[in-house]
Design a protein around this ligand. Structure first.
Ligand code: F6P
Length: 569
């Protein structure tokens, strides 16, 4: 595979999109009024997901040209290159094989990449972590004083945290009866202090999760956790205050997940208690690797495997469905349309599911670390805008916070609305409110009525005449008018099961990939996070009182550090 990507902006389809855009006038009201088949024609399915694209600012022609664009930039060939392990992460010279983490067991022929039987490696690690999870859950694995584990604390950051946290929250109803999980990520000492508060060291298991095992935040937090463990065990008289006793305690209360098993050993964790993965799994694509060990413990390995099966369902859809019906491809292409032609800068993800409250944060790393790039895979400058700011909050909380801007602001904000037919907690409001909420109302129905209403309001708005017809005073008419034409995609599934969650995550992984292919960038490196990390280490001495290091700083940084030094209590 060449390292010189196609330049989308030099393709015939891009020129067609430019022409199409010149005459384009979004008219969701008119389109729906004159075309009763629009919703059905623009709704797709992928696995268990129903994806209604009809409230997007596109015509059939827009979609047809976008699909041609995908062909012009060789999306199908690039997709195959990813699935088969070509080194498409060119700046790190690596394969990109998160999809190998969820291939069907026993798939023939096995996937062999760079001489490595990837399927065998994945199966071995999955079996190892499943057996460990079973041991912890059954109580066969105990702490140093023989007590079973009640809480696992995952220590990791970025991809070694956001995925596990997001899934833990999303699948909470599946965790009843199992060990609880907590997650420490921030180097702000508040995080480790608060997350260890109230825990019993004798029943706590720490998982140090770090792909590189060199991340400052994670290793610092791991040392703080180890000190907390030792202090607590010694104070309780559970272990002797000796090096041997301390080391034995680490052996029973710390495991690790990493690609760097030598560094795990150097930290003092027995490599026998370490779960591996491989450099071809990017951090932000790693929740379905051993990075999900906390999830396998909290929910059980069967639930974890169901999650993987969901990922696989979407992988198969993405790899084998023609682009016209290929949901990740179409969603990625729509994002290109919005970013490059309709000048969208941000993209909202609005789950009508409290359990998905960390999903937007998870997607921020997935999409923005992947596609926030200014150079193409061959190092040349990008030829169009790239990336979008992803953000969101669960409905209906967002409605009472930032939806005002989506409904009436000056910018186009494409938004994905996500909802499930069946709730995890089917509650009814026995009393009702004596008005709109009838006694015995199904609260999930009230919730979903909001989901349906919002995309309708955004698409069709409210005209000035409709506002006037309600008797609104003339001087208030413009403030109460809604332009409509605000694009949304509605994603629904029967319920938020482990499989459906896997499908959703894989959907966005592939959407991100599609956009990266069109923009010609390497969506799998993250050099942009390095400079700040390096400077933090350089500035640290100045912060701690080194005047020479302080003098070397620019005037703004120097003044800020001086402020810190003067005010630190
Ligand atoms: O700094 C960014 C990053 O490298 C992410 O890509 C990654 O998910 C995170 O740091 C954590 O890295 P690690 O798992 O190696 O500790």
């Amino acid at each position: 595979m060449t390292t010189t990507p196609a330049d989308a902006t030099a393709t015939p389809s891009w020129a067609d999109l430019q022409r199409h855009h010149r005459d384009f006038r979004g008219d969701l009201r008119g389109w729906f009024a004159t075309d009763p088949g629009r919703a059905e024609r623009l709704t797709r399915t992928a696995g268990d997901l129903l994806v209604d694209l009809s409230k997007n600012l596109v015509t059939d022609e827009t979609l047809e040209i976008l699909v041609r664009l995908a062909h012009d930039v060789d999306l199908p060939a690039r997709t195959e290159a990813m699935f088969t392990g070509e080194h498409i992460n060119v700046t790190e010279d690596r394969a990109v094989l998160h999809t190998a983490l969820r291939r069907a067991p026993g798939t023939q022929p096995p996937l062999v990449v760079d001489g490595q039987d990837v399927d065998a490696d994945v199966a071995r690690e999955l079996d190892k972590l499943s057996a460990f999870a079973d041991q912890v859950r059954s109580g066969a694995w105990t702490g140093v004083t023989g007590k079973p584990v009640r809480t696992v604390v995952n220590i990791g950051i970025g991809g070694s945290d956001l995925g596990p946290v997001m899934v833990y929250e999303a699948l909470a109803p599946y965790g009843e009866g199992g060990p609880a999980a907590r997650f420490v990520s921030n180097i702000d000492p508040t995080d480790v202090a608060q997350k260890t508060a109230g825990l019993d060291p004798e029943t706590t298991l720490f998982i140090v999760a770090s792909k590189t095992f060199g991340t400052l935040e994670t290793l610092t937090n791991a040392r703080l956790a180890r000190a907390w463990l030792w202090e607590g065990l010694v104070a309780a008289g559970a272990i002797e205050d000796t090096d041997e006793a301390r080391q034995a305690a680490v052996g029973k209360h710390f495991v690790a997940v990493s690609t760097a098993l030598d560094k795990v050993a150097a930290f003092g964790i027995d490599p026998a208690n370490a779960f591996g993965f491989w450099d071809w799994v990017g951090g932000r694509y790693s929740v379905d690797s051993a990075i999900g060990t906390s999830l396998a413990i909290a929910f059980g390995p069967d639930v974890f495997r169901e999650l993987l099966a969901g990922f696989r369902t979407m992988d198969e859809h993405f790899r084998s469905t023609p682009l016209e019906r290929n949901v990740p491809a179409l969603m990625g292409l729509l994002n290109v349309w919005y970013v490059n032609f309709l000048d969208a800068h941000t993209h909202a993800v609005l789950p009508y599911a409290q359990q998905l409250h960390r999903f937007p944060a998870y997607l921020q790393q997935l999409t923005m670390e992947s596609n926030g790039k200014s150079v193409r895979a061959d190092g040349s400058p990008v030829t169009s805008q790239t990336g979008e700011v992803f953000w969101g909050e669960p409905g209906t909380n967002g409605q009472h916070a930032f939806y005002q801007l989506i409904h009436q602001g000056t910018r186009t904000i494409p938004a994905d609305f996500i909802a499930f037919a069946t709730p995890a907690y089917p509650l009814t409001d026995a009393d009702g409110d004596g008005g709109a909420v009838r006694p015995g109302a199904d609260v999930h129905e009230l919730f979903l009525a909001n989901f349906f209403a919002q995309t309708k309001a955004l698409a069709f708005g409210k005209t000035a005449d409709e506002v006037r017809a309600e008797g609104t005073a003339e001087h208030l008419v413009s403030a109460r008018t809604f332009s409509g034409n605000r694009p949304t995609t509605s994603i629904m599934a029967p319920a938020l099961t482990p499989s459906v969650l896997g499908q959703l995550v894989a959907l966005y992984e592939h959407v991100t990939f599609v956009q990266g292919v069109v923009w010609g960038i390497d969506s799998f490196d993250q050099w942009g996070v390095e400079l700040g990390k390096k400077l933090a280490l350089e500035i640290a001495p100045a912060v701690s009182g080194d005047d020479e290091a302080l003098a070397a700083q620019d005037s703004s940084t120097k003044a800020l550090v001086e402020y810190y030094r003067a005010h630190r209590a």
